[in-house]
Design a protein around this ligand. Structure first.
Ligand code: ADP
Length: 268
């Protein structure tokens, strides 16, 4: 028998013209907002690139000016301090460019994720032991609060989740006084496994909380210690990675008391 093909009109039955045009306006507004955020991010990043570049340029100019004068030479102390300064500024540029590259490649879907089934609590314990012996944390009281009686398995990219933890731990240290406590905790809630990094540092003002995961957002650059580099992208990268795992990340914080960042990951 001959196969009869029926013609179906595209799904326009329920949508009136008014509903469709409302949807179009909404999509248009969303596109404009995305465009605005992109432009703002480029502006912020250009600004952040300029500061270390200016410092590098003036150090080189100073060196070239002085060495062009016939009898002027540099002492080894002068050379050392110049190289230290250059080293610090170049590190800032490296962090910014690496973070920017990672963030855009995750967002565009180009970044490859290597998902594998991992006993996440065991992974977190191993991560914690590495932090315990890391000399960057030797002046902090690092502690762990991970259940031992259960072993949930999560599909995750180990390197990427390590990157999230690196960002959260770096922030916990950066925004806390030496000698304070930093905790890595974990647990199970309904269909999710969660892990958190908690500090007792400067905290985040309530009005800033909704923005901390935004690209290049900083509560205030004055809060970042001088010897630390800050791209303002760390939390945005953490959020993109957790989202790519089908999870979510939240921040709870009280100014002057500390902050807790919790990531939720679905598990079987
Ligand atoms: P940055 O590179 O500036 O640290 P992040 O994206 O990692 O950028 O964080 C965004 C902003 O959120 C920071 O500039 C800082 O103001 C605030 N912040 C992040 N983590 C903490 C924390 N643990 N304690 C206090 N403030 C924090």
């Amino acid at each position: 028998m001959e196969n009869k093909k029926t013609f179906e009109q595209p799904g326009m039955y329920s949508d009136t013209v008014a509903e469709l045009s409302k949807k179009l306006i909404e999509v248009n507004a969303k596109l404009k907002q995305t465009e605005y955020e992109r432009t703002e991010m480029i502006e912020n990043i250009s600004h952040d690139l300029r500061a270390p570049l200016t410092a590098i340029r003036s150090t080189i100019d100073y060196y070239m000016d002085k060495s062009s004068e016939k009898y002027e030479t540099f002492t080894s102390d002068e050379m050392n301090s110049m190289f230290r300064l250059l080293d610090g500024r170049v590190k800032t540029l490296e962090v910014l460019i690496q973070d920017l590259y990672l963030m855009t490649s995750i967002d565009s879907g180009r970044e490859e994720f290597k998902f594998e089934e991992v006993p996440i609590f065991q992974f977190l314990e191993e991560y914690f032991f590495a932090i315990e012996i890391d000399k960057k944390y030797k002046d902090y009281k690092v502690s762990m609060d991970i259940p031992e009686d259960t072993m949930p398995i999560v599909k995750m990219d180990v390197a990427k989740i390590s990157r999230v933890l690196d960002n959260l731990f770096t922030n916990a240290r950066k925004y806390s006084e030496i000698g304070t406590k930093i905790t890595l905790g974990a647990g199970i809630k309904e269909e999710s496994v969660f892990f958190y990094v908690e500090d007792t540092g400067v905290g985040i003002p309530e009005e800033a909380l909704p923005y901390v995961f935004d690209r290049t957002y900083r509560v205030s650059s004055a809060r970042t210690p001088n010897n630390e580099s800050s791209s303002g992208l760390g939390l945005s990268i953490a959020k993109s990675i957790i989202n790519a795992h089908g999870g979510s990340i939240i921040c709870q914080s009280k100014i002057g008391e500390g902050s807790r960042f919790t990531a939720f990951l679905p598990f079987k």
